[in-house]
Design a protein around this ligand. Sequence first.
Ligand SMILES: *Cc1c(COP(=O)(O)O)cnc(C)c1O
Length: 390
Amino acid sequence: MRIQEKDQAYVAGTYARFPVAIVRGEGSEVYDPDGKRYIDLGSGIGVTSFGISDPVWKEAVVAQLDRVQHMSNLYYTDPCAELARMLCLRTGMKKVFFSNSGAEANECAIKAARKYGAEKRGAACHKILTLENSFHGRTLTTLAATGQAHYHELFQPLTPGFIHTPANDIQALRDAMDPASVCALIIECVQGEGGVIAMDADFVKEAARLAKERDILLIIDEVQTGNGRTGELYAYMHYGIQPDAVTTAKGLGGGLPIGACLLGEKVQSVLGFGDHGSTFGGNPIACAGAISILKRLDDNMLSEVKEKSDLIREMLKDKPGIRSVSGLGMMVGIETERKAIDVVKDCIEGGVLCLTAKTKVRLLPALNIPIPVLKEALTVLTEACAKKEN
Ligand SMILES: *Cc1c(COP(=O)(O)O)cnc(C)c1O
C-alpha cells in the first residue's frame, strides 16, 4: 500500500493532509518517496528548530540513547535536571515541570494557578482569563482556555471557569480582572493559530502591571513563540515583563515531544508531591535534544533570527498579491489576495511547504535555514501570491 492510502485507511481522520509524504530530509530540505525536493518553511509547525536530521541535535540525542532512554520519575536523571537548570538560568524562573506537549504544559500552569488561587483567596478564586482568538491546546481544559468558539462547539461541556476578553482591549481586561474570582491570566505574545498577530506592547505591559498589582498570575504561553522563534529566547522578553509562569513546547525539543511549564517565584512551590505528574515527562532523550537546542540559542543565533526576519519581511513587502505581513521574528503571517490555501497548494507544486493560520499564509522556517535556500523559497511563494487565479 502507498503511504497515503495506508494512512487514510488506518489513521484517524483528524488532519486535512496535503497529498505529500516526506521520507527524509536534511536541514530545511525534505524529500518525498519519488525524490522530489521541498523547501520546508513550516518546520513541523515550529518544532524542528534546526531543521530535519540536524547533525548536532542528532549527536546529542544518539549519545543519550546509548546511555538510557527512559527512567520513571521515581529516580533522578541528569538531562532533565540540566535542562531545568538551563531554562531557569535563562529566564529567571525558579522551577520547571516537564510534560510532552504544549497543551500539557498549559494544563500544568492552569493547575498551579487554580491551587494558588484557592490557597490564597479561597475556592471562589478559580477563574482564568484568556484572550479572544487565542489558542492554548486541544485537551478539554486547554480548549476551554482557547478563545475561539469554533473549537468548542462539538465538545461541550468543557472545563468551566474560563473567561475570554478581546485582545489588545485593556479596559475589558481591567474590568474582568477581579482578584476575588480570578487567579490567572494567560496570554500568547503573538497569537499563532489565531493568525500570527503580535500583541500591542502597551497592552501586554499594562496587563502585566495590573496582574502584579492584583496578585493575578501572569502566564505566558510560549508554545509557538518560544525558543528563539521571535528573535528573543522567549517572546515575552520583547515586552520587558516578568511572567509568573511560562509554558513552552514545540521548538524546545527540536523534533522530540517535550513540554515545559516554567514556574516563577510566586508559584515555584505551589505544586507539591502528588499534585501533578507525567510518565514520560522529563524523558532523558527529549531533554538531551532540548539541551542541545537551548545551548545553540545564543546571542549570535538570536541576531541571525532577527536578520532573517528582516530579510523575509523585505522580500514580501509591497509584493503583488500580498496585502500585509504580520508577526514577530521568524514567525510570519501573510495576508494574501488569493485564498491562503490556494497559495499553499501552488507552493507545494513549486516545491515549498508553507502553513496557514486562519485566513493567512504562515511561515515558521527552521531558525538555521540557509539564506540562499530561504530566498529560493520566498521567490516561489511571492510568485504564488502574485498569481491571478487557478
Ligand atoms: C501548538 C500550541 C499549543 C498546543 O501544543 P500541543 O503540543 O499541540 O499540545 C498550545 N499553545 C500554543 C500557543 C500553540 O501554538
